[in-house]
Design a protein around this ligand. Structure first.
Ligand code: MF3
Ligand code: CO
Length: 256
């Protein structure tokens, strides 16, 4: 069942989203060659806890950290570690969730470390643009798969592939709520979007083929062909005439 959030609930989700965005900014400012993903995890955790929230991912189905930090061919769910040190030229996907007064915000973005190759910069640009292309279909009356289809179409047109084994999702009282939001498929299917639905849209895009594998730790998800991957995610609410991004700081929202 897809829950429709009240204005009160949306206000709490905006606060959760602001905290996620703040944590992203602090992590981004710390990213440089030589820093470990463990240190990035601690930075995010301190921001989240300092703002009166809790890290959504910690202990979620046994996940051991506050953020996911996924480098190069790691697609998602990279577990922060003192042994994983950023190098010049890497790309790193940071995924952060925070729960404030019982409501979650969830957002991911990929950053370059130092000087990054044009190919990797292009992958990041395509993935971010795929997210916003999908979001342009997030409005009342459209079907959910209109978003999914637009994401896949954009990615394929740019000679990359979308990961199919993981999807976006509803978000709110739980980190993962109905509906699942695939990043592929035909348009015109699934539930009709309605004001007050809250969704986490999150394309994961590979330079190579779409297949992924999960490593022996049960989390770290890598591309099967070892190609690079990027990930952008925002939590949004469907509004009267479009959507509003929840995982953003202040008034950066551009109404669509
Ligand atoms: N953004 C990811 C998701 O929505 C992060 C989940 S990591 C986990 O699935 F540890 F919480 F699973
Ligand atoms: Co998510």
């Amino acid at each position: 069942m897809i829950s429709i959030k009240s204005d009160r609930e949306i206000a709490l989700m905006e606060e959760a989203g602001r905290i996620v965005a703040l944590a992203h900014r602090k992590v981004r400012e710390a990213i440089r060659p030589g820093i470990s993903t463990y240190e990035l995890d601690k930075i995010a955790e301190e921001v989240i806890v300092g703002e009166g929230a809790t890290p959504s991912f910690k202990n979620y189905e046994g996940y051991p950290a506050s953020i996911c930090a996924s480098i190069n061919n790691v697609v998602i769910h990279g577990i922060p570690s003192k042994k994983i040190i950023l190098k010049n030229g890497d790309i790193i996907s940071i995924d952060i969730g925070a729960c404030y007064k019982g409501y979650h915000g969830d957002s991911a973005m990929t950053h370059g470390v130092g000087e990054v190759s044009p190919k990797r910069l292009e992958l990041m640009r395509i993935t971010k643009e795929a997210l916003f292309t999908g979001l342009s279909y997030a409005k009342p009356g459209n079907r959910l798969s209109d978003i999914s289809h637009a994401i896949e179409e954009y990615v394929l047109a740019h000679n990359c592939s979308v990961v199919k084994d993981f999807t976006g999702h509803g978000v709110g009282r739980k980190l993962h709520e109905d509906p699942m939001v695939p990043n592929y498929g035909a348009a015109g299917h699934g539930p009709v979007l309605r004001k007050g639905m809250t969704l986490a849209i999150e394309p994961m895009v590979n330079i190579g083929k779409s297949g992924v594998r999960i490593m022996a730790d049960g989390w770290t998800t890598v591309t099967a062909d070892k190609s690079d991957s990027a990930h952008f995610e925002h939590s949004i609410v469907i509004t009267d005439d479009g959507y509003k991004i929840l995982t953003i700081e202040g008034d950066e929202n551009v109404k669509k």
